[in-house]
Design a protein around this ligand. Structure first.
Ligand code: SF4
Length: 455
């Protein structure tokens, strides 16, 4: 819906989109007064904090080595840094629009950079597993209308995605679930009793670092393989009867769903855990309809995966130095490239590696010239050779983001920002990079003997 001006001087933006988490709720009614969001109807506690804490930064849109500069000078310096580097790194991308992500990957392609996103530090193992096993999946709309057995594995949506239960997975009445929550069974598998457990019918507490064993127990039971009950309990922390009961429920479900989180992908086993879960989901389709989906954190991290994949063929950790994409997590992922001291320049987009990368990675980042684009001041922007303060996506800037189920959603911004969008800055850098590289190109010399008419 369009923006509706009110007589009171307040502006109401209906059906605005919250980009704080991967649920990307697009039914928020925002009330704006003097470029400040004063009400956010239907937003959860995290969404409200995202909207209410939004402030236009009172600082220059461009700083070059800490000094205020014209945007054009910043773009020029950024293009110079990237084109003079031998091993540039482009990192972040998850908290901006897919339009900006596309330009960032374009720049990486032009300068032969290593491009990586925050996926490498959250669901990177799932990104690897998808390529090995595939993904049986569906939209969150299907979950809402059909899902009668909902399993959360290593995921705590009550705290990380507060509207997940009410908008998509547990509470809503669906086309085939007229009684909403009463028609669904919720199972939580985790190593600890999280806040989400209160919402579950069944809680299975698996031994820490033993998710892989739990998943393979279920895979074996799906195949009807007889298991040693004592060994299963020793390995998983739960008796075989608990796993058998879960398998019986999974087989009996009409539409089963497994949502999985970083409790699975970032613990022992990593991509092997994700592979086991994807394979289990595939196995279950012999009996009934079963799907799975990672619960994604950042607002447009799913967009980052999509954009990097459609432009390079791989979802994250891609090296373009040879003029074609190479994918190798561990070798081409940003945290590793920096910790090994390999990159000699970087561009960080909507991310704060100075606050959350390892000490060796941060130490190296401090020694190289890099460009940072962020709506707010962060430890990363503070050390940047060129720092751009940009408008916030979703609140000030329109564009597209991908919900965690790969559904693209348009943004309806609430008000303008005096700062430029990162899309405009990146487009300017890309144009200047192309000009610099084209001017450096040696003209092709056609030797007389190779002229077509001489052959
Ligand atoms: S669930 Fe996520 S996207 Fe929805 S309002 Fe809360 S923080 Fe925003």
């Amino acid at each position: 819906m369009a923006t509706v001006p009110q007589d009171s001087g307040l502006k109401v933006v209906e059906d605005a989109t919250c980009t704080f988490c991967g649920c990307v709720c697009d039914d928020i009614d925002l009330t704006v007064e003097d470029n400040k969001i004063v009400a956010a109807k239907r937003a959860c506690v995290l969404g409200k904090a995202w909207f209410f804490n939004h402030e236009i930064e009172d600082r220059p849109s461009c700083l070059i080595r800490g000094k205020a500069a014209e945007l054009s000078a910043g773009i020029e310096e950024a293009a110079r840094i990237l084109t003079e580097a031998r091993y540039p790194l482009i990192y972040g991308l998850s908290d901006t629009t897919s339009e900006s992500q596309r330009v960032a990957v374009g720049i990486a392609d032009w300068v032969g950079a290593n491009v990586d996103t925050t996926t490498s530090v959250c669901h990177g193992p799932s990104g690897m597993a998808f390529q090995g096993v595939g993904e049986v999946t569906c939209s969150l709309g299907e979950v809402r209308n059909r899902g009668d057995l909902i399993i959360f594995w290593g995921s705590n949506p009550a705290e990380s995605h507060p509207r997940h239960f009410t908008k998509y997975s547990l509470m809503p009445k669906g086309m085939f679930l007229p009684n909403g929550r009463k028609d669904r069974t919720c199972v939580i598998v985790d190593v600890r009793q999280t806040k989400s457990v209160k919402a579950a019918d069944i809680f299975i507490q698996v031994k820490p670092r033993k998710d892989f064993e739990g998943l393979w127990t279920l895979r074996a039971l799906a195949q009807g393989i007889e298991l040693d009950a004592q060994l299963v309990e020793e390995e998983t922390g739960q008796p075989l009867s608990v796993w058998q009961d879960l398998m019986d429920r999974m087989k009996a479900a009409r539409f089963g769903v497994i949502f999985f989180g970083m409790g699975l992908t970032m613990t022992r086993g990593k991509h092997a855990n994700s592979e086991a879960l994807l394979a289990l989901t595939r196995d279950m389709n012999r009996y009934t309809r079963f799907v799975c989906k990672p619960n994604r954190g950042h607002g447009n991290v799913t967009g980052a995966d999509n954009v990097v994949a459609w432009r390079t063929g791989f979802p994250f950790g891609v090296n373009l130095a040879r003029g074609y994409p190479r994918f190798n997590p561990g070798e081409y992922t940003a945290a590793d490239v920096l910790a090994r001291g390999e990159a000699d320049a970087a561009m960080i987009l909507a991310s704060d590696p100075m606050a959350n990368f390892s000490q060796p990675a941060r130490d190296h980042l401090k020694t190289i010239p890099y460009i940072a684009l962020d709506p707010k001041e962060t430890p990363t922007t503070r050390h940047a050779a060129v720092a751009f303060t940009v408008a916030t996506y979703g609140i000030n800037v329109p564009g597209t983001v991908y919900r965690m189920d790969d559904v693209p959603i348009r943004l309806r911004p609430a008000f303008d920002s005096p700062h430029p969008s990162d899309f405009d800055i990146l487009s300017g850098i890309q144009d200047r990079v192309k000009e610099i590289l084209n001017s450096k190109q040696t003209p092709t010399v056609i030797r007389p003997s190779l002229r077509p008419e001489d052959q």
